[in-house]
Ligand binder design. Structure first.
Ligand code: GLN
Length: 267
């Protein structure tokens, strides 16, 4: 009788163990299938890199590039919009995983976030109204002039430096590129300092209103950024970027959004 019970218990035990093993197996294979979703942050007044479509959804070269990288690397993305100067704090606080915002790599930012390889080359230009005949470049700005740029950007730093050096009367620092343009249109500011491809894109879309004057200042290159120390995600982004350059997707996106492909010669 006792032997029988022991036998029954042993069988029951085996069942429990087997059931547990199956469950464990089941859960591990399903966790493999669960794709990670990363939150990508951007500032959407920066076409063609970062903008919104007619329904108000985030759109642009950066969004398409990240989506293509995500597809290549097998993760999902969701996009979130914020002011440019809030992007790095969002990553630092762990409220977002990836910045894709036409952000150029610089020393100060590199202390706070880790940048991927660069994907686009840029530089700052002076943008004025088409009928302006007095401003011919950054050197012809005078101490009576106001110049606008977007908060937290390299353009804003340039404007503030010009004000400090007494070369302009006021650096007008605004939330978005769209408000900078409005102020330029209204005559509230004399010029806007902005990234060249963004100025070119705007001028092309609103022909006859504005122009770029003078030379391109400070060469800049755009990269995505992740939380300091998140080498795994940085590696994935770099690998994905490499792959989409190789398979031609990157070139297609450059063509779609009308920007230069900095890798074109190495393809
Ligand atoms: N490239 C500039 C910077 O990184 C501006 C970027 C932007 O306004 N989205 O500061």
């Amino acid at each position: 009788m006792k032997k029988n019970l022991a036998m029954k218990l042993a069988v029951l035990g085996l069942c429990v163990v087997t059931a547990f093993a199956f469950t464990a197996c089941g859960s591990s294979s399903s966790s493999k299938k669960t794709t990670k979703t990363y939150t990508v942050v951007t500032e959407p007044t920066f076409p063609p890199y970062d903008t919104t479509d007619k329904d108000g959804n985030l759109d642009g070269f950066d969004m398409d590039m990240v989506k293509a990288i995500a597809k290549d690397q097998g993760f999902k993305v969701k996009f979130k919009s914020m002011e440019f100067q809030s992007l790095i704090p969002a990553i630092q606080a762990g409220n977002a995983d990836i910045i894709a915002a036409g952000m150029n790599v610089d020393k100060e930012r590199s202390k706070k976030v880790d940048f991927t390889n660069t994907y686009s080359d840029s530089g700052l230009v002076v943008m004025v109204k088409k009928d302006n005949t007095t401003i011919k470049g950054v050197d012809s700005l005078t101490s009576t002039m106001k110049v606008a740029s977007q908060t937290g950007t390299s353009g804003a730093t340039e404007c503030k430096d010009l004000q400090k050096e007494g070369k302009i009367s006021e650096a007008v620092i605004l939330d978005g590129f769209d408000t900078c343009i409005m102020q330029l249109q209204n005559g509230d500011v004399n010029a806007v300092i902005i990234d060249k491809p963004v100025a070119q894109n705007y001028i092309q879309k609103h022909s006859g209103k504005f122009k770029i004057v003078g030379k391109t200042m400070d060469a800049e290159s755009y990269a995505m950024a992740v939380k300091k120390g998140n080498t795994a995600l940085k590696k994935q982004l770099n690998q994905g970027l490499k792959n989409i350059i190789k398979d031609g997707t990157f070139q297609k996106l450059c063509d779609k959004w009308g920007i230069g492909n900095k890798f074109a010669s190495t393809n």
